[in-house]
Design a protein. Structure first.
Lengths: 138, 590, 597
């Protein structure tokens, strides 16, 4: 193994290694971060949610957007799969349906970056899974 | 040196920076009591573990009480040595120590001479509110020292003597908490340890935890037996210390009274180990000259420096710790053993007594002597040359027990022939004395000239390691002196490393030599006592008409009548010995 | 390099390992492999999460799902449900004991809400056996900064400014300690890490060493640079095999990267670390005793001064800090002294790790800001008292500390407040007691410990603590009188006043604080021969309540000494002369027919 010879080397090394635990650190303090949940039940996976999730993870990273992408179970909108829920910091989450990579790109650029709503919102009085659990307080 | 001022019991005192509260108080004649603290000044032995906590004092601004023995003075410090808080704490601590101590004071070997007993008297302890379990241990009876750890108060003075001063390393703290006690490794008996029986642990023990094996009962029985001729020999250092047991100033010489007392006790012959010391010089001095001559003639095999061999603690030490060097010490037996060998042959013949009917007792400042006389090589058909040895303390006790008013005794003379001795023999009792005695004779024998000045001041002193050279008419003899086995170890390490320049080295195990022996009246931590005894020894030497061993007429006669000449075959048989490798002794597998 | 979308963090601390978390880890790994998810899901062993009550813990990232009491056989379900289907395995979620609700996310747990993790920042976050993960978490950056950009004086000043105080119990300002050691000249100075954690129930140092060993190494290098020491020694008890193993791995890895050794990061500064093993003596947590133990001497304290900074290991200037203290050091340099000093109270800065134990719902390891109240710790983080019982006291500071009561619940916790309340911070043990605990028996329990652990060097500690124990024993047996209570108090005061080291100076604290706060319990034992909590065996009787006994024979069948007589469906009776008061009858009775009187 090569020795680290200076503080600059150490910092360079850290930059390369940071991704190893970035996800853990981010999820440990989700406050102020964009949180995207991808529905990854059978229906979602069959409709390509896995590809969408991978696309989101890669693109958000490339575009330097501080976001956490997690998977979740079926949100109940099987007709509109793949579906994703996007929560901007301090705002109510919004659920998008029929998300493919193209729409995902739009969501990133327009909604996440500029808070412009994008087509495909499932406008129902939706309930997220967690809220269901807590007894639908929302 | 930076001086600081502080206030103790509302009085101001100025002391050097670094002084402890204990010593600062002493300057004001305030004696703070201690049980563990010990400072042997010039001997450079200071023991301050801060363990007994009897010396605690109140220091203003400090949360808890401070041990005076270990706390350094600070400028402007306000100290109270007898506030209510201090007195209560001190007494409670003492009560705690007593609560874990047997209440057999009346029959304890140390009774009347015990620091703990003194302290209880001083503090006015009348009851012990804290009762509970007491520590109990199996007593350990070795040939010389008895350990009764039920009486140990964990002052750890013995450890300092055994480990730091003697570097023998037998005694150390074992176990934890209430079970903590001082013991040899694996809590074995002393007999299964590397103990040299130097007895310095006994000499500093404040209680009855460490005492010497007591032979007085045996002695009384033998004195009362009409079929036995009981012969006593007394070592030189005894006469310089025995008086202390009878309230005399340290350093008072009591040779004549001691002889009178021994006679009244009923000994048939009162002799002097000094006679045998002169004999030792004849043998050892001749051996040294022999080795020197061979060395000067270019003999590469000859072992130099030659080491003295009169001290039994020292002999045990090198047998355990430097067995590969056991061909370096002189083969001469110690004066005690030479005396025994001559008494049970030459003198027994003279008085027409059979060996079995003669009891040879020695009075020694030493506890290792008790072990030495039990060595197998000093027995003939199972009968020891010296039957047993009692310490100076035992003799004092015996005198008191026999209703003898020691201080009113007349001065009497030793019996002849084995009571005759020279000044050279007397100084065997102090560090530097054996080698000075040897030099006095060796010089005259080697050069054939009379000494102009008998006193070799360069060999005297109290430093742990000393070196000097003596001009043998053009031949420079380099001499090393060590007392304390730790100091001896340093000289031995040098020899081992080939760095030693000495021709002869004198070693004594105890601080100050035999005057500070483990069998002497207790010095209770006062080194001045040891120095006063040393001075007394040199005084006795000055007073002797003959001061060189080879001029002792009884010795000359002994060679003429019996031994032939020094190092003769007979002398070898009776007066020389050999040493053992005790490292191999199954110390760990008994 | 695979870009993992999901991390499964499996606790690899000693507690969870004892419940087979290592097997669980293997199973999860195998399952992920079998499902072909090895590029998506990373399974990692981490240090302790602190929630030891419900171990083994598995935390799933990024959704922060917190699984508790996970068994090795649960691996398949976790992978199948959570990793593949994105559904939480609900039966493994934590249930809040107060409202019986499932809490999926660690963020939602009361246990974590008020915690600030500085010393424990990496525990439960990174793989302690992988230096790369430590580097990713800003590892060794503080060291790099100090070595390359700061003078020792500047670095010491930063430490002084942070206000960090020693976490081992003493609370001495760390920066000042470093400054003193830096000013004493010596040819070979030493940095010593005190990892001889000996308080019963305290395990923060072990957790840090197991979960984040590099942080200690990094701090030791910084410390060495500050005081001019090139050698570091970690004194760790041999009873901590996992911590030792992880330390060894960490040391090897740091050496390979050149983060230990010569010319560290091109700064010209050399430093290396060795491990020394202790045999587990409580007193060896005292720094002079620790040093003697490392020197091969008997583990006994010696009088200070000289302090280790003046004459320590092998007579050389030595700085000794405890593990938790060191764990704070890198963060202070990374985030700044000001940031650190903004946390905590005026005189106690930063956080403190506590080991919560006793009659409390959430047993475990927590890190909270100084100044938090006992109430917040016990009732919010700790989830309150078990089985809805009533809070009685909390013992802080281990055997050296005291018992605090409900009147102290709103006292902000810091070094000085705890001391003023008659207890102490100690190393951070916190044992909660409820109405079923007898405070005399509690004091006796601690004295039993100090009697065992005293080194025996000084008389008051060696004999005094034994006598204290014996007096307490007498009281719990109903054999003591009022005079014994006076003696108990006097003796406690003298031991505190005269003992040589901190062990003896604090050992009477459990007695004094319980006497101060629960005198009525002492008096009940002495005057009425009664133990109010029903704990002291010699003062209680088990009796059968005739109205409730249905004669089911359960008590009689379970009595180990067969002292309960009675036919089926008939009233049972206990022969008091034979009863050993084990309590088995009370435990087995389903009809509340056994009582303690």
């Amino acid at each position: 193994m090569t020795k680290i010879k200076s503080l600059a080397d150490l910092k360079k090394m850290k930059d390369n290694l940071q991704s190893k635990i970035a996800l853990r650190e981010k999820s440990d303090s989700p406050e102020g971060r964009v949180i995207i949940k991808v529905a990854m039940a059978t229906c979602g996976i069959a409709s390509g949610s896995k590809e969408v999730m991978e696309y989101l993870v890669d693109e958000l990273d490339k575009r330097n957007i501080d976001a956490i992408v997690t998977q979740t179970g079926c949100m109940g909108y099987c007709y509109a799969e793949p579906t994703i829920e996007v929560a901007l910091p301090g705002q109510e989450p919004v659920v998008y349906g029929y998300v493919d990579t193209k729409r995902a790109d739009e969501i990133i650029e327009k909604y996440i970056r500029n808070q412009e709503l994008v087509e495909g919102i499932i406008p129902m009085n939706y309930q997220t899974i967690e809220k269901d659990k807590e007894g639908g307080k929302a | 040196m930076e001086m600081i001022k502080l206030n103790i019991d509302n009085r101001t005192v100025e002391v050097e920076k670094g002084t402890t509260i204990y010593h600062a108080a002493k300057k004001l004649d305030i004696g703070i009591p201690t049980l563990c603290y010990m400072n042997l000044g010039d001997l450079k032995i200071e023991h301050k573990p801060g363990g007994c906590r009897v010396c605690v004092v109140e220091v203003e601004g400090r949360r808890n009480l401070a041990p005076a023995c270990a706390t350094e003075c600070m400028d402007g410090m306000q100290v109270q040595t007898h506030s209510i808080r201090v007195l209560n704490a001190r007494k409670t601590v003492l009560e705690l120590i007593l609560s874990d101590h047997p209440f057999d004071c009346l029959i304890c070997a140390k009774s009347g001479n015990c620091d703990l007993q003194d302290m209880a008297i001083k503090m006015g302890v009348r009851s012990i509110p804290y009762q509970g379990e007491k520590s109990t241990y199996k007593p350990d009876f070795s040939p010389a020292i008895i350990r009764d750890m039920d009486k140990c108060i964990m002052c750890r003075r013995c450890e300092t003597m055994c480990n730091d001063f003697q570097t023998v390393g037998v005694l150390s703290g074992v176990n934890r908490g209430f079970e903590a006690v001082v013991a040899p490794a694996f809590e074995r008996d002393l007999d299964h340890s590397e103990c040299t029986y130097c007895g310095q642990c006994v000499a500093v023990c404040p209680t009855g935890a460490l005492t010497e094996v007591d032979h007085t009962t045996q002695l009384i029985r033998d004195l009362a037996d009409p079929t036995k001729k009981v012969v006593v020999q007394t070592a030189p250092a005894v006469r310089a210390a025995l008086g202390e047991a009878f309230g005399l100033e340290p350093g008072t010489l009591v040779t004549g009274k001691m002889v009178a007392a021994l006679r009244r006790l009923g000994f048939d012959y009162v002799f002097d180990t000094d006679f045998a010391a002169d004999l030792t010089i004849m043998e050892e001095g001749t051996e040294l000259l022999g080795r020197l001559t061979r060395f000067l003639e270019g003999d590469k095999e000859v072992k130099l420096p030659m080491l003295t061999s009169c001290c039994p603690g020292w002999v045990n030490f090198f047998e355990y710790h430097f067995p590969d060097m056991r061909d370096i010490p002189s083969t001469a037996r110690s004066p005690q053993q030479m005396f025994g060998a001559i008494a049970k042959t030459y003198f027994a013949e003279k008085i027409e007594t059979k060996r079995q009917d003669m009891i040879v007792v020695s009075v020694m400042p030493c506890v290792a002597k008790k072990y030495e006389c039990t060595r197998e090589e000093f027995k003939v058909d199972g009968n020891p040359d010296v039957d047993y040895s009692i310490s100076t303390r035992e003799l004092a006790m015996l005198i008191k027990r026999s209703n003898i008013d020691f201080n009113r005794l007349p001065e009497e003379e030793f019996d002849s022939p084995m009571g005759e001795s020279t000044g050279a023999a007397v100084i065997f009792g102090t560090t530097g004395g054996v080698i000075e005695a040897a030099v006095r004779s060796a010089y005259e024998i080697h050069t054939g000239k009379q000494l102009e000045k008998i006193d070799f001041e360069q060999l005297r002193g109290i430093e742990g390691i000393r070196s000097a050279s003596v001009d043998f008419d053009g031949l420079e003899i380099k001499i090393g002196i060590a007392h304390g086995l730790g100091h001896a170890r340093k000289l031995l390490d040098d020899i081992k490393a080939g760095k030693s320049e000495y021709h002869a080295i004198e070693i004594m195990a105890c601080p100050g030599g035999c005057v500070g022996g483990g069998g002497q009246p207790l010095h209770h931590g006062n080194p001045d006592i040891i120095k006063a005894r040393q001075k007394a020894i040199y005084r006795e030497d000055m007073n002797k008409p003959i001061r060189k061993s080879h001029e002792n007429p009884s010795i000359i006669k002994l060679y003429e009548e019996f031994l032939g000449e020094p190092m003769s075959e007979k002398a070898h048989q009776l007066l020389h010995t050999h040493y053992f490798d005790k490292k191999q002794k199954d110390v760990l597998l008994d | 390099m695979a870009k993992f979308k999901m991390h499964m963090l499996v606790c690899g601390g000693t507690g969870c390992r004892a419940s087979a978390s290592d097997v669980l880890y293997e199973n999860l790994k195998k399952e992920v492999q079998e499902q072909g998810l090895q590029d998506d899901v990373q399974v990692v062993t981490t240090g302790c999460f602190g929630f030891c009550e419900k171990g083994p813990i598995v935390k799933v990232i990024p959704d922060n799902t917190f699984y508790v009491s996970v068994e090795p056989k649960d691996a398949q379900e976790i992978v199948a449900e959570h990793a593949i289907k994105g559904r939480r395995v609900e039966r493994l979620l934590y249930v809040d004991p107060t409202n019986k609700k499932q809490i999926p996310d660690s963020k939602g747990m009361g246990f974590y809400k008020k915690q600030i993790r500085i010393a424990l920042r990496n525990c439960g976050l990174i793989d302690p056996e992988n230096i790369d993960e430590y580097l990713a978490a800003d590892g060794y950056e503080a060291m790099g900064k100090v070595l390359s950009e700061m003078t020792p004086e500047e670095a010491i000043q930063e430490m002084i400014d942070s206000g960090l105080r020693g976490r081992g119990g003493g609370g001495f300002p760390t920066g000042i300690k470093w400054q003193i050691a830096s000013k004493v000249a010596g040819e070979q100075k030493y940095v010593v890490c005190n990892a001889d954690e000996g308080d019963p129930g305290a395990f923060m140092d072990r957790s840090i060493l197991e979960g984040d060993p590099h942080t200690v190494l990094e701090a030791m290098v910084i410390n060495g640079y500050c005081i001019g020491a090139t050698k570091g020694l970690i004194y760790i008890r041999a009873e901590y095999p996992l911590a030792i193993n992880r330390l060894k791995i960490a040391i090897d890895q740091a050496r390979e990267y050149g983060l230990l050794g010569t010319d560290i990061l091109g700064s010209g500064f050399d430093f290396d670390v060795e491990i020394r093993y202790g045999a587990g003596a409580f007193v060896c947590g005292e720094e002079t005793a620790l040093i003697h133990s490392m020197e091969g001497e008997r583990g006994e304290p010696t009088f200070k001064p000289p302090f280790p900074a003046q004459s320590g290991y092998k007579g050389m200037p030595t700085n000794v800090n405890n593990v938790e203290t060191f764990a704070n050091v890198p963060v202070i340099y990374n985030k700044g002294a000001k940031w650190f000093a903004s946390i905590g109270t005026e005189k106690s800065k930063g956080t403190k790790v506590f080991a919560l134990a006793g009659k409390i719902n959430n047993v475990g390891l927590i890190e909270v800001p100084m100044g938090i109240t006992l109430r917040e710790v016990i009732f919010e983080i700790g989830g309150g008292i078990k089985d809805g019982r009533k809070f009685k006291a909390v013992q802080t500071g281990g055997p050296s500390g005291g018992c605090l009561t409900d009147k102290h619940l709103d006292t902000p916790i810091d070094f000085d407040n705890l001391l003023a309340a008659g207890s102490m911070m100690g190393s951070g043990g916190m044992i909660v007691m409820d109405e079923d605990d007898c405070m005399v028996a509690v004091a006796k329990f601690y004295l039993d410990f100090t009697v065992e652990e005293s080194c025996g060097k000084c008389s008051p500690c060696r004999i005094g603590n034994k006598r204290l124990y014996e007096l307490l024993d007498k009281i719990t047996k109903g054999q003591a009188d009022k005079e014994d209570l006076d003696n108990l108090r006097n003796l406690s005061g003298v031991i505190r006043d005269t003992s040589l080291c901190g062990l003896g100076q604090t050992s009477p604290n459990p007695v004094l604080s319980t006497m101060d706060n629960f005198m009525e319990e002492y008096l009940a034992h002495v005057d009425d021969h009664r133990c109010l909590a029903g704990v002291c065996k010699d003062l209680i009787r088990y009796e059968i309540i005739p109205e409730n006994c249905v004669g089911c024979t359960a008590c009689a069948r379970n009595c180990p000494v067969n002292c309960i007589a009675g036919e089926r469906k008939q009233l049972h009776t206990i022969d008091q002369s034979l009863c050993i008061k084990c309590g088995a009858c009370l435990e087995k009775c389903k009809f509340n027919a056994v009582e303690i009187v």
